[in-house]
Design a protein around this ligand. Sequence first.
Ligand SMILES: [Zn+2]
Length: 211
Amino acid sequence: MLTAFVWVRIGVTILPSGPAPAASVTPVPIPTIIATGTPGVTMGPASPATTASPVPPDASPSPAAGDVVKIIIPVHGVRAQDLRDTYNDARSAERVHNAIDIMAPRGTPVLATADGEIARLFSSERGGNTIYQFSSDKRLVFYYAHLDRFADGMVAGRRVSQGEVIAYVGDTGNAVAGNYHLHFSIWAVTDPNRYWDGVTINPYPILRNAP
Ligand SMILES: [Zn+2]
C-alpha cells in the first residue's frame, strides 16, 4: 500500500514510544513518524501538492506498515542538537508534560511540522494561543502552544504544508513571562470525534534525528 506519506529515503525509523497505554485504550495503528530536514520557511505549498488519496479500503490492516509521516523541527532555525527532552518532566498536580519545549526568541516563526490541516486554533488559559493541526490523514494531531500570535490567514480547516509559517513563538498562557518557547506535542487520535485526545508520542527521539 502506498500513501502520500511514503517516501523512499533513508532515515532512522523510530516507533512511537509513549507511555504504556492505559488498559482501557484500544490499540490503534499509529503511523511511523520520522524526522526530515527543514525545507526552509515558506508561506505556501513548497512544491506542487500531492493530493492525498484516501487509504485504499482493501489495504490489509497491518499497523504502521507503509505508513510513514515525516516531520520537521517546528521552529525556524532550531537544530536537532538544540533540543532537550522535556517530555517526562513533571508539571503541576500530577500532570506529566507529554510535550517538548523548544526554546526560541519571541517572534521566531513556528512551522507546520508536517503537511495537514488546521483543526482548531484558539486561546486557552493554560496553553495561551494554541493550534491543533491534523496530519494529512488526520490520524495524528500536532499541538503548538504559548504562541505569540497566529500567522495571517490561519483558520480552522485551512490546509498547511510542511514548513509553512503558522504562528510565532511567544510566552502566552501559563508560560513564565519572558520564557519564550514553543510547547509542542504529538498524539495519535484514538477517536475521530475526540481529536484533542489520544495516545501521546514523544517528539524528542524523533526530532533529535532531524538532519
Ligand atoms: Zn511545555
